[in-house]
Design a protein around this ligand. Structure first.
Ligand SMILES: [Zn+2]
Length: 295
């Protein structure tokens, strides 16, 4: 284990594109600084809607080839961020995108939402015990905004973190490892409000403008424990988002998903520490996910 980089960050996401939208600047920063950045994506995003008309044939109700296509988009995005270690939970295609909450796809055999948490978690335990991250980033219990795969990604990530630390659990998956710090993705309400005000003032080229409720993980500012200034990596984050061609349209500092509603791109990324000790002085925010962590 001595050949691992000193700082190791693991991110768990539901679909290709979530990592770039939520954590693109953070991932680029730590990769550039020589930290090990490992992304685990839980599904291929097979049920996504396709934005460009010339790729509409990939959709699940037509050729159903969106999953493999998005594997390529994710690889392109990771190249933009300088992240070399990206994996799919249990291997590509092990768990299928469950679609939006309430759709029949939620209960399909093999759908991520349909899979018991304890069936999926061991695949992540294996990654945790091999990579031995000090920091884990995932969603809050509502998955940020209620998508079944995001809720399930939260559950699997939290459960796997617990199981990975239990010495007696599945010793065939490697020696136990306790992750020092766990964070949930957040956006402070004031930042979301300011972002939409900026978007309205600029009048970006989208048919409509989204609302704060469209942004995952918005909470009161006082819940935020940590902010990562991604300004030097804003270009890389936008390029990574643009690489998800079927899912995201980027216009300057703004973007839209398939609903065509403009949203601000946040280049400072925010987190809530939910396990471990803050490395910042009392009452202040951390500016480094590894603050206080000893290698
Ligand atoms: Zn997603």
């Amino acid at each position: 284990m001595t050949d691992l980089p000193a700082r190791r960050l693991l991110l768990v996401h539901a679909h290709p594109d979530d990592e770039s939208i939520n954590n693109g600047a953070t991932m680029a920063k730590y990769a550039a600084e020589g930290a090990q950045v490992t992304l685990v994506t839980c599904t291929l995003g097979e049920e996504g809607e396709v934005i460009p008309p010339d790729l509409a044939h990939l959709a699940p109700d037509r050729e159903d080839r969106l999953g493999p296509h998005r594997v390529g988009e994710l690889a392109d995005a990771m190249r933009e961020l300088g992240v070399r270690d990206h994996r799919f939970l249990g291997g590509p295609g092990r768990f299928r995108d469950s679609g939006m909450m309430g759709l029949p796809q939620n209960h399909r055999e093999g759908a991520f939402w349909h899979t018991p948490v304890d069936d999926a978690a061991p695949y992540l335990v294996e990654v945790i015990r091999a990579v031995r991250p000090q920091v884990l980033v995932t969603y809050d219990p509502n998955g940020g905004y209620g998508h079944p795969d995001h809720i399930q990604a939260h559950r699997v990530a939290m459960r796997a973190a617990e199981l990975a630390a239990e010495r007696a659990f599945r010793r065939d998956l490697g020696p136990e490892h306790d992750i020092a710090k766990i964070y949930w993705n957040r956006v402070p309400r004031s930042v979301a409000e300011e972002g939409f005000a900026r978007l309205k003032a600029a009048g970006a080229d989208f048919p409509g403008i989204g609302e704060i409720s469209d942004v995952p993980g918005v909470v009161d500012d006082r819940e935020i424990t940590t902010e990562i200034d991604g300004t030097p990596y804003a270009g890389r984050k936008a390029a990574a988002m643009r690489a998800h061609v079927t899912q995201i349209a980027v216009d300057g500092p703004f973007f839209a998903l398939s609903n065509d509603l403009g949203q601000p791109i946040f280049t400072t990324e925010y987190y809530q520490l939910v396990k471990g000790v803050s490395g910042a002085p009392e009452g202040e925010r951390e500016h480094d996910l590894f603050a206080g962590v000893t290698a």
